[in-house]
Design a protein around this ligand. Structure first.
Ligand SMILES: [Zn+2]
Length: 119
């Protein structure tokens, strides 16, 4: 099991900034419509392991389908940084877009295929 680290990141223009503690052991490569079109790769963390450091007032929420996942994008640069969701048992969870982590190298991450398109 990889070690958890506190990572920083944000949107493209820098208005939205966060800190997140994660081991990045599970990163999604999902084929659903939004992950495909937005190029999203999520890792899931408990809300207490994710802190917005800047830009809370600059987020735009996007909902579709069952509105189960509340996608949060920067108002200025339109990059989706994270989403609010719930696990199957109802526990709140943050889906962090790993593309937004400072200095992330996608090719170095082990991706977990998710068949979101057929769910
Ligand atoms: Zn931005």
């Amino acid at each position: 099991m990889a070690e958890s680290k506190t990572l920083t990141g944000g949107c493209h223009c820098g208005l939205v900034r966060f800190e997140c503690t994660t081991d990045l052991s599970m990163v999604t490569a999902c084929n659903c419509s939004i992950c495909t079109k937005r190029g999203l790769h999520f890792t899931f963390v408990a809300p207490e392991r994710f802190q917005l450091r800047a830009g809370e007032d600059n987020l735009k929420e996007y909902l579709f389908n069952k509105h189960a996942i509340r996608h949060q994008s920067c108002n200025d640069c339109s990059v989706e940084v994270f989403a609010h969701g719930n696990k199957a048992d109802g526990t709140p969870v943050i889906a962090l877009n790993v593309n937004c982590i400072d200095g992330i190298d996608l090719a170095s991450l082990k991706m977990t295929p998710i068949d979101g398109r057929n769910r």
